[in-house]
Design a protein around this ligand. Structure first.
Ligand code: ZN
Length: 127
């Protein structure tokens, strides 16, 4: 199971990578499009600063490419292999998947990126 203390927990739920006690995002819903990238400056529980250096989250674009490819491949396999659709329909399903899941992909990428540089700290969670 996925529980606090695992990197996967922070990546999937967008919580502070050090204490896992609160969301890094102002609005937890990624489909609140105007607030999709709005993050708190620091964690109110453990005071971890999320933006470690200026333009820190530009690096998440590299991760976003990989995450996007993963979703595209999943959409292709689902459409073309499982439902045996035409190649055109498979292509449309890939485009729709990437457009509709864009906010989710963006947040997942940021969560993965920050979790590369920060790890869970049990002592910070207890404070
Ligand atoms: Zn924290």
């Amino acid at each position: 199971m996925i529980r606090k203390g695992m990197k996967l927990y922070s990546i999937l739920f967008g919580v502070c990578p050090k204490c896992h006690q609160e969301s890094m995002y102002v609005n937890k819903n990624p489909y609140a499009i105007t607030q999709v990238m709005k993050m708190h400056d620091h964690c109110s529980h453990c005071k971890t600063k999320y933006q470690m250096e200026p333009s820190f989250f530009y690096g998440s674009m590299y991760v976003s490419y990989g995450v996007g490819i993963a979703f595209a491949v999943a959409a292709f396999i689902t459409s073309y292999v499982i439902f045996e659709s035409s190649i055109t329909t498979a292509f449309i399903s890939i485009v729709l998947t990437l457009v509709l899941l864009f906010p989710v992909i963006m947040r997942l990428s940021r969560n993965i990126w920050i979790n590369i540089f920060m790890s869970y700290d049990k002592s910070l969670a207890k404070k």
